[in-house]
Design a binder for this molecule. Structure first.
Ligand code: NAD
Length: 289
């Protein structure tokens, strides 16, 4: 590392809290080193209260940019100069690029999800997806899928504080894209069965399947899954959620959330550096077991 850093090294940040557990600094610094790029990536414990100063620091220090994570992904919109079309539709930002003092906010979670599917040879363009979730991950995925040309989205969520997010997402998609989106209460299991039956892919974009809900799956009846359905999960720890185990037993192709995680990072990496992240190298390095 000391051999790599110089007076010319450009800084990229990650502003979130809590953040010390994040794999992003390792992922990006290893990728910079592998490609011989003169950047350094550091995590900063920054919450909503410090965020405005943090964003000002990007300009003041001439940083190349930053990742933004919870709880700052929506609040940060107040402090940026421009937004990508997807970030504007999602209403959230996870990546900032500083071009000579002009800060543009992007959201790469949705492109990360779509690239992860592509990498797994799953093509959902022109097809229908049923998806559970209405939080940050689900919103980014639904908006990007609609922008990229997914034909139909059936979105299910329980009646909690996230349900109104999904109402906004559905309205936005139906107004601004050619995709047809419909929202259902997750309690409506008959509709869930019917929508999955006419979908090419089912995606879990909730935390169900991850600790502390690792013993749960939003699909409990295996007859809802057929062997030519792709089943995807945004969760990647554990690498095989209860949903994916159930889907495998039904003969479905499964995709976990690791691809989304790696490719959202790769998309940000490319926005900052103009170079492709060596994704397979990073996957081997960080997730070989
Ligand atoms: P969030 O808090 O914004 O949203 C949580 C969502 O889960 C909501 O839709 C909520 O209604 C739903 N939910 C929670 N508990 C539920 C339950 N018991 N039953 C039914 N629905 C329930 O969270 P988020 O940021 O959208 O993250 C969701 C999941 O996606 C997490 O597991 C997170 O780790 C994962 N994630 C993965 C990636 C990746 O790169 N693979 C990126 C972001 C998030």
């Amino acid at each position: 590392m000391t051999e790599r850093l110089s007076g010319h090294t450009e800084l990229i940040g990650l502003m979130a809290t809590p953040i010390r557990h994040s794999l992003s600094p390792t992922m990006h610094n290893e990728a910079f080193a592998k490609l011989g790029l003169d950047y350094a990536y550091l995590a900063f414990e920054v919450g909503n209260e410090q965020l405005e100063d943090g964003i000002k620091a990007i300009r003041a220090l001439g940083m190349r940019g930053s990742n933004i994570s919870m709880p700052n992904k929506q609040v940060v919109l107040n402090y940026l100069d421009k937004l990508s079309p997807a970030a504007e539709m999602v209403g959230a930002v996870n990546t900032i690029v500083n071009d000579d003092g002009v800060l543009t906010g992007h959201i790469t979670d949705g492109t990360g999800y779509m690239s992860g599917l592509k990498q797994a040879n799953v093509d959902i363009i022109g097809k229908k997806m049923t998806i559970c979730g209405a939080g940050g991950a689900a919103t980014a995925i639904c908006i990007q899928a609609a922008i990229d040309g997914v034909k139909e989205l059936a979105i299910f969520n329980r009646q909690d504080e996230f349900f109104k997010n999904a109402e906004r997402t559905v309205a936005m998609i139906n107004e601004k894209t050619d995709c047809q989106a419909t929202l259902y209460d997750l309690a409506d299991q008959d509709s869930l069965r019917l929508e999955i039956a006419s979908s090419a892919i089912f995606t879990n974009a909730t935390g169900v399947g991850m600790k502390p809900l690792q013993d749960q799956s939003l699909i409990t009846d295996p007859t809802m899954l057929r062997s030519d359905l792709v089943v995807a999960d945004v969760v990647y720890v554990p690498s095989e959620t209860k949903l994916l185990t159930l889907a495998k037993e039904q003969g479905c192709q499964t995709v976990n959330g690791l691809g989304m995680m790696l490719w959202q990072g790769a998309a940000a990496f490319e926005l900052w550096t103009g170079k492709e992240m060596p994704v397979e190298y990073i996957r081997e390095l960080l997730f070989k077991n």
